[in-house]
Design a protein around this ligand. Structure first.
Ligand code: SF4
Ligand code: SF4
Ligand code: SF4
Ligand code: FES
Length: 939
């Protein structure tokens, strides 16, 4: 049900150079050509009653409530479907119109439950508002007549219910599902009086194609579709605008509250990443924030074999600081380090790295992006000068060709996927490169022009071959390359790429993709004219992750597909703040804004601001911290909002390293796997319990606002500052806005960012400074950030991970829509209804060879270990390749994945593991949620 406090202009905005002036109720209004009369009137603050129209959907013209009179014309046309004309004179109020509208409303109400002037939403739905607006006071018609009032409620969706007795068949839900979400799950079933809104064909919601995005509920003008929390808790009294804490799309939401209780999360119509759309996680799966498993009290213990002891904040922080000091005095300055979180706010990550650099006096700070998108940062910075995606999300609406490689947006980044699907439905062409037949390859109204189902681990060979085609077939944008790129580097790369070994024919066998398909896809991409690449961890989590990022950039530069709307290189980031945690200086070699710690000028600025001398040497990366722990030189770690025991490769090695440390401080919302090795546990705050900012995959900095008080009494940034003070380094901020101000003072790309600006504009995309005071949606316009773009030779070097007779299959990994990483949050919500366990997808041919039937339990083994899970036979897989998700702790990723990693950044090679799959009579040991792990920023 729509939140009625957002102004609704009735029909969508039109953009046109030509303006039309008309008169509405005597007021002159000028609007772009193509605008509806309803919208023109609303822009002049003249509301016209309506039910089937809303400005997020194309007009439909079915309810007949929005009737108007036009001077010189007969009849009473619907204003939502009538387009403005020059000189038109419109009347929205007259006795005739009032009578007609009241009659229409009376007819609706006559087939509505007998409490026509009360609704389940406490009278806040549009139907009842319209009844009041048109002055309907009673219904004359006989309620004993044939009606729909006995129809049963569909309660099958865990988050919302559908009450057909309240439905007025306005089709807003159906259009929302089609136009906003692109799932086409709803229809009007039957004819005439028997017409009913229905998921699928006479199905319940739970049996239909519905993905529970909530768009239909949002669009419904009555109380037919309603959130169950709203039905249970009643209408909200206040709202707070904040940002989703799940994925890197960074959707803006209005948290609606009754007292200190969240009633529902409504996607913010003015939210720039999502424009009022949402997915099931952000919209509904927020219940984990108050789950009983939340850690509510600080705890300490001397040894990891001891029982935890609940203590006060003061005792916990004093103990933690004294242990850190003791360890540092004994083992030296470099014996301590910290890990920032890609789930926490920018401000929280900033104070953690500041504690390490200024407090501990070294640069031993790293972040979980190490295990997901570090190759993205490396490649984009090396070739273009800025380690971030080049476009805003809306840029895709200007794309002619979209290439999706190693990403599954409909599952991983659903709201962005909906924008992309809209563009595809409008006619953009699609290339999908993936070892697995993802949903985008073929879905209602969308079919990929080319699906390149490559062998895992061969991205670089395939991308090189595409560039080879572009050059050898004369499709390169030579002028762009000449003007915008380094000529020597280009020549060197060109000499490399034209070699026969990079041709589609030469790599056909390696990649498993027919040469003709590679050629056709390369031609399509080169012809664009606006071609955009969207990619995910299927590119980065490889031994050649950084090389693949460079290979995509080479292809984009070669075809001139950078520096304007509709093109670009776009990483789809997994966690909510993975971009931000990198930006604010979480890497051991870089201060905020990606400036090297060895740069004397930059370091001097930080030394002045922080009042200490800073270390000139880069610190330890996460894997180096573990090695140093086992060597005996690294003894103390502060980990905020990450579960490194779960998320980092080679779990056994990590466990031994953690056990070898003398002080491990875990700061988290749940007891995670790393906490098994911790001496101090500091309760974390969820995204609903703090102020700060997140930065999404399009470099957009958005406000996170405190909706509830922190369960344990302190926001995460306050805890880190208190720990710093206890350690002896003063950090005295009174609000996160002061942290942002400091970050802006020290960081050129954030120089123009402030909470005041974020409040005023809603959000900004960095760089935001004097040159771009309102931010930068599209980067590299006219010139690359580094000046000239740099082509870099991308030799394909196959991974060391090979199949053998013992391990004849390749395992690759991914995620599902309803779960989030290893599910710490989503498994504590009703999302488990849809995905209760991880499954192993296997091609029927591979399954038959092994005697495996659908749903059989199987053992998946690699050189590193084995796990048990159920098989799903599916032709989504190619023979020889199997796939699983790692949302459940029973199927811990790192038990089977190997230690291979990206040559440049150490990003683990999670996407290619040689495995065997065999039937088994064994069953996995179920773990309780307390043992459940927090997220790897991967898979
Ligand atoms: S919840 Fe979303 S996917 Fe499901 S029917 Fe409604 S609009 Fe369609
Ligand atoms: S469920 Fe709501 S939106 Fe859908 S047709 Fe009925 S009244 Fe309209
Ligand atoms: S797409 Fe991502 S940010 Fe948006 S609601 Fe879903 S999980 Fe949240
Ligand atoms: S609002 Fe125009 S016909 Fe329904």
């Amino acid at each position: 049900m729509l939140a009625i406090d957002d102004k609704d202009f009735g029909t969508p905005e039109r953009k046109a150079d030509k303006l039309i002036t008309l008169e509405v109720d005597g007021c002159s209004v000028t609007v772009p050509e193509g605008t509806s009369v309803m919208r023109a009137a609303a822009l002049a603050d003249i509301p016209i009653p309506k039910l089937c129209a809303t400005d997020s959907l194309e007009a439909f013209g079915s309810c007949r409530l929005c009737l108007i009179e036009i001077e010189g014309r007969n009849g009473v046309p619907a204003s939502c479907t009538t387009v403005v004309e020059p000189g038109m004179k419109v009347r929205t109020q007259s006795e005739r119109l009032t009578r007609l509208r009241r009659n229409v409303m009376e007819l609706y109400m006559s087939d509505h439950p007998l409490d026509p002037f009360e609704c389940k939403a406490g009278g806040r739905c549009e139907l009842h508002e319209m009844a009041r607006t048109v002055g309907l006071e009673h219904v004359r018609y006989n309620h004993g007549a044939r009606n729909h009032l006995e129809l049963p409620v569909d309660d099958s969706n865990p988050y919302f219910s559908f009450d057909p007795t309240r439905c007025i068949l306005c089709s807003r839900c159906i259009r929302a599902c089609d136009e906003r979400q692109g799932t086409y799950a709803l229809t009007i079933d039957g004819r005439g009086f028997d017409s009913l809104m229905s998921p699928g064909q006479h199905q319940h919601y739970s049996e239909s194609e519905c993905v529970s995005c909530g768009a239909c509920v949002q669009a419904c003008p009555t109380d037919a579709l309603m959130e169950k929390t709203l039905l249970e808790k009643g209408p909200a009294q206040r709202t707070v605008i904040t940002t989703c804490g799940y994925c890197g799309v960074g959707c803006s939401f209005k948290a609606e509250l009754s007292g200190d209780e969240v009633v529902r999360m409504v996607p913010n119509k003015n939210g720039l990443p999502n424009h009022g759309h949402s997915c099931v996680k952000g919209r509904f799966a927020w219940g984990y924030a108050t789950h009983p498993d939340r850690v509510r009290k600080p705890m300490i213990r001397k040894r990891i074999s001891d029982e935890w002891r609940e203590v006060s904040w003061e005792e916990a922080l004093t103990y933690a600081a004294s242990e850190l000091k003791r360890v540092q005095a004994k083992y030296g300055r470099g014996s301590l380090g910290g890990i920032t979180s890609s789930r926490c706010t920018n401000e929280e990550a900033y104070v953690v790295q500041k504690l390490v650099r200024a407090g501990f006096g070294n640069n031993n700070v790293d972040t979980c992006a190490r295990v997901c998108h570090s190759p993205t940062g490396y490649g984009l910075k090396a070739a273009l000068g800025t380690p971030a995606g080049t476009q805003d999300f809306d840029s895709v609406l200007a794309s002619d060709v979209i290439m999706v490689i190693g990403a599954n947006p409909t599952e991983g980044h659903p709201v962005f996927a909906s924008i992309m699907k809209r563009r595809l439905c409008e006619g953009a062409r699609l290339i999908v490169v993936d070892p697995r037949r993802i949903e985008l390859v073929r879905m209602p109204h969308i079919e990929a022009d080319y699906f390149l189902q490559l062998r895992p681990g061969t991205n670089v060979a395939l991308l090189n071959a595409m560039s080879h085609v572009v050059i050898t077939e004369g499709l390169a944008q030579e002028a762009f390359v000449r003007e915008r790129c380094e000529s020597n580097a280009y020549k060197m790369w060109r000499d490399f790429i034209v070699q026969e070994r990079n041709s589609p024919e030469a790599v056909e066998q390696t990649t498993g993709v027919p040469a003709t398909t590679i050629r056709a896809a390369a031609r399509l991409y080169a012809h664009g004219p606006n071609s955009a690449i969207y990619y995910g961890l299927g590119i980065t989590e490889h031994s050649q992750g950084s090389t693949a990022v460079l290979a995509m950039i080479n292809l984009a530069m070669l075809t001139g597909n950078l520096g304007r709307a509709g093109v670009g290189i776009n990483p789809l980031r997994g966690q909510n703040n993975v971009q931000g945690s990198n930006d604010i200086g979480s890497f051991p070699h870089e201060y905020s804004g990606y400036r090297h710690v060895s740069d004397p000028q930059v370091r001097a600025a930080f030394e002045r601001e922080w009042g200490v001398e800073l270390d000139v040497e880069p610190g330890l990366r996460i894997p180096n911290m573990f090695d140093a722990a086992l060597d005996g030189s690294f003894k103390g770690l502060y980990v905020e909002g990450e579960d490194i025991a779960q998320s980092d490769p080679n779990s056994q090695h990590v466990a031994e390293a953690l056990a070898a440390m003398e002080i491990v401080i875990v700061h988290d919302i749940f007891l995670n796997e790393t906490a098994k090795y911790a001496h101090v546990l500091l309760p974390g705050s969820s995204f609903l319990e703090k102020n700060g900012t997140f930065t999404n995959a399009e470099r957009r900095i958005s406000m996170v606002r405190k909706v509830l008080p922190p369960l344990a009494g302190m926001e995460d940034w306050e805890v880190t500052c208190a720990l710093a003070r206890a350690f002896g380094y003063p950090m005295n901020y009174s609000h996160p806005s002061e942290i942002m101000d400091e970050l802006a003072r020290l960081t050129p790309i954030f120089a123009g960012v402030s909470y005041e600006k974020l409040d005023r504009l809603g959000s900004v995309q960095w760089p935001c400074n004097d040159t771009a005071p309102e931010g930068t949606p599209v980067m590299h316009i006219g010139e690359f950030v580094r000046g000239k773009g740099r082509f870099i030779v991308t030799e394909y070097i196959p991974t060391d991970e090979r199949t053998t007779p013992r391990y004849p299959l390749i395992l690759t990994t991914g995620r599902v829509l309803t779960q989030y990483n290893v599910g710490t949050q989503t498994r504590r919500t009703k999302n488990v209804t849809w995905y209760g366990e991880d499954r192993l997808e296997i091609h029927p041919h591979d399954a038959e060879q092994r005697g495996i039937r659908d749903r059989d339990w199987v053992e998946l083994s690699s050189r590193a270990g084995s796990i048990l899970l159920r098989a799903e036979l599916t032709e989504r897989m190619q023979p020889g390749v199997v796939y699983t998700t790692f949302h459940y702790p029973e199927t811990t990723a790192n038990v089977v994945t190997t230690e291979n990693s990206d040559w440049a950044t150490n990003c683990p090679e999670y996407k290619v593991t040689a495995v065997q799959v065999l039937p088994t009579s064994r069953r996995p040991e179920r773990r309780t949620p307390e043992h459940a792990a927090q997220t790897p920023a991967s898979h």
